[in-house]
Design a protein around this ligand. Sequence first.
Ligand SMILES: Nc1ncnc2c1ncn2[C@@H]1O[C@H](COP(=O)(O)OP(=O)(O)OP(=O)(O)O)[C@@H](O)[C@H]1O
Ligand SMILES: Nc1nc2c(c(=O)[nH]1)N=C(CO)CN2
Length: 175
Amino acid sequence: MMTSDDLETSKLTMSAIALGSNIGDSRAILDSALNVLNETPGITVCSYSSYYSTDPIGPAQPDILNACAILEVELTPQALLETLLDIEQQFGRVRHERWGPRSLDLDLLLFEDLILDMPNLQVPHPRMTERGFVLVPLAEIAPDWIEPVSGEAIATLLQKVDCSGVRSLNLQSKM
Ligand SMILES: Nc1ncnc2c1ncn2[C@@H]1O[C@H](COP(=O)(O)OP(=O)(O)OP(=O)(O)O)[C@@H](O)[C@H]1O
Ligand SMILES: Nc1nc2c(c(=O)[nH]1)N=C(CO)CN2
């Protein structure tokens, strides 16, 4: 089990992230974001889901292209979050309204079995268990990972959410 001591030092850990885009060439953006992640020191992309077209939850906007990836990480959770926010910036992310359209959104979903509640970082991502657009792609690559707040596996959580707005594109990243 991870403890608070582990937050100070970076050791080899597994992490799950969500990717989303609905501005620009979303498919190319997600492909390229996975490449940038994999080239970042301290991060290896171990696996990634296929791509899904999803109904936006939030204000009216174009459908969102969503996917998830599993990373092997030699960074602290804070450093990983900063890296994700940096990469969003590289892809031109501008924040206007909450849950508004985005060129690239990278959310930190899981970091081993860590539970963290800090002002700028909550892990597991607090809304992941209610989101079909997260659980469908995540279940493709990590069905047995236990979400530590609920104590339930991703595949079990998936059975409890509405996935009607999540459409498989049968499309794999070209990273
Ligand atoms: N697990 C997490 N992953 C990503 N950002 C997080 C997390 N926990 C807290 N945050 C904070 O949330 C802030 C806002 O994130 P962002 O604007 O991308 O939200 P969002 O992805 O649009 O909405 P949501 O958080 O509901 O998915 C980030 O600057 C970050 O500090
Ligand atoms: N379909 C979909 N809806 C969303 C998404 C997302 O990635 N996909 N992200 C949000 C905030 O991160 C809010 N709503």
